[in-house]
Design a protein around this ligand. Structure first.
Ligand code: GLV
Length: 391
C-alpha cells in the first residue's frame, strides 16, 4: 500500500525571526538573504564558475593568503576539519592536538578514524596554551601535524601567538593546521605570514552567510605532502586535489567533482563582498570594540567572564560564568520566549557553567551588545525571582 503524503507538509513553512546571539550561526543581512532567492544555476555553468572565482578571491583576502589551493568544501565547519585531516594524515602519523576546549577533542575523533596517532597538549581550564607548553609537547611527541583552534567556541578562549607557533611548526617540520571557524574576522589572522599550512573557517559566523559551505586553504607545503602520500586520501568527497580541480586551483581543466549548491555560493559571495567592502581591519576592530563593551557591561551587572586573562578572550564568542543559584537553561529559555533572542549555554568542558554570547557579523554592533546585556540581566533576575517565589 502506498504511504500517504504527510499531513504536516500541507501547512506552509513558518520560520520565526530570531536574534542569533549564540556561538553561531549569526543572522544573515538582507543582502545575503536576498541573494539566496536568485535562480539556481548548474554546477558546471560558466556563471557558476565566475561566482566561484569571486569567492576564491574573497577567501584569499579573508585568510591573507596567496595559496592557489584555496577553495570551499560543500559542508559545514566540521567538513573543513575533516578535510584537513583526511588529506594530511596517513596511518600512524603523529598528530598533536591542542585542546583549549572541545575542538581539539572533536579533531581527535576524526584523526582516530584515520588511524592517526593522537597526542594532546591541554591547557589549564579557562586559559590559553603558553608557547612553552606547546614547545614542550613538540619535543616529546615530534608530530607530523599540529592542530589548534584559534578561537575555541566552547570556552571562548582565543589562542594568541599563532605566528610563534608557526615558527615552531617550521622548526619541527610539522604541518600547521588552524581552525578559524569561530575566530576569523573577529581577530587578526595572517595565513601566509604565520606559516599556516591548512586553515578553514565557518561561513555562518562573522561572515554571516548560511552554513553549509566552508572556505579552506592549503599551503604549497601541504599540497606537496598530499601529493607525496603513500595511500589514497580516504575520502573522495573531501579529497583536496579533486575539489581543488573543480575550483580551478591547479593548472588543470575543471573537473566535475560534485554538485555544488549554487544557492549557497550566492550567499557566501555576497557575505564576502560585504566583508571586503567594510575592510578586514575595520571588521576586526568592530568585533573587538563590541566585545569590550560587552565585557564592561558584564562586570557592571555583577557577572564574571569565564576566561581568566582579558587577552585570551575571543571577541566573537564571549563566555560568562553562570552565577550560583541561576539555571542557565531558564535564562536562555526566558530570552528566547520573551525576546526571540538566543543566549547559549556551555558546550563540552563548559557545559552548565557558562553562558555563551556570540557577537558576530550583523550582530556585532553596540545596539545588539546593549540589547543582549539588558535581556541577560532581566532573564537572570526574573528566573531567580521565580525560584524564590517557589519556596
Ligand atoms: C558551535 O560552533 C558551537 O560552539 O556550539
Amino acid at each position: 500500500m502506498e504511504l500517504p503524503a504527510p499531513e504536516q507538509l500541507k501547512q506552509s513553512l513558518y520560520v520565526p525571526n530570531k536574534t542569533l546571539m549564540g556561538p553561531g550561526p549569526s543572522n544573515c543581512t538582507q543582502r545575503v538573504l536576498d541573494s539566496l532567492s536568485n535562480p539556481v544555476l548548474g554546477h558546471m555553468h560558466p556563471e557558476c564558475f565566475e561566482i566561484m572565482d569571486d569567492i576564491k578571491a574573497g577567501v584569499k583576502y579573508l585568510f591573507q593568503t596567496k595559496n592557489t589551493a584555496t577553495m570551499c568544501i560543500s559542508g559545514s565547519g566540521h567538513a573543513g576539519m575533516e578535510t584537513a585531516f583526511v588529506n594530511l594524515v596517513e596511518d600512524g602519523d603523529v598528530v598533536l592536538l591542542a585542546c583549549t576546549g572541545l575542538w581539539g577533542y572533536r579533531a581527535a575523533e576524526m584523526v582516530k578514524r584515520l588511524n592517526g596517532d593522537v597526542r594532546y597538549v591541554e591547557s589549564r581550564f579557562g586559559h590559553a596554551l603558553s608557547l612553552k607548553e606547546i614547545e614542550f609537547a613538540f619535543e616529546g611527541h615530534k608530530p607530523q601535524v599540529f592542530f589548534i583552534a584559534q578561537g575555541d567556541s566552547s570556552t571562548g578562549i582565543l589562542q594568541p601567538q599563532l605566528k610563534e607557533i608557526g615558527e615552531l611548526c617550521e622548526k619541527y617540520k610539522c604541518l600547521f593546521v588552524v581552525d578559524t571557524v569561530a575566530s576569523l574576522g573577529g581577530v587578526e589572522f595572517l595565513m601566509d605570514a604565520w606559516k599556516v599550512d591548512m586553515a578553514y573557517t565557518g561561513s555562518q559566523k562573522v561572515l554571516g552567510a548560511p552554513a553549509g559551505i566552508t572556505p579552506v586553504s592549503f599551503s604549497d607545503r601541504a599540497i606537496a605532502r598530499i601529493k607525496a602520500r603513500k595511500s589514497y586520501v580516504k575520502s573522495y568527497y573531501f579529497d583536496a586535489l579533486l575539489v581543488g580541480q573543480y575550483w580551478n586551483c591547479f593548472d588543470t581543466p575543471r573537473i566535475y567533482h560534485h554538485t555544488i549548491s549554487s544557492t549557497l555560493l550566492y550567499g557566501l559571495r555576497e557575505a564576502l563582498a560585504q566583508f571586503c567592502a567594510l575592510g578586514r581591519k575595520n571588521v576586526i576592530h568592530r568585533h573587538q570594540e563590541c566585545s569590550h563593551r560587552l565585557q564592561c557591561g558584564v562586570e557592571e551587572i555583577g557577572l564574571e567572564m569565564f576566561v581568566v586573562k582579558a587577552n585570551d578572550r575571543l571577541p566573537t564568542v564571549n563566555t560568562i560564568k553562570v552565577p550560583a543559584g541561576v539555571e542557565w537553561q531558564k535564562v536562555s529559555q526566558y530570552a528566547m520566549r520573551k525576546y526571540k533572542l538566543e543566549i547559549s549555554g556551555g558546550l563540552g568542558p563548559t557545559a552548565e557553567q557558562v553562558f555563551r554570547i556570540g557577537l558576530m557579523g550583523a550582530n556585532a554592533t553596540y545596539e545588539r551588545v546593549d540589547l543582549v546585556l539588558n535581556i541577560l540581566h532581566e532573564a537572570i533576575q526574573s528566573t531567580k525571582f521565580v525560584e524564590k517565589s517557589k519556596i
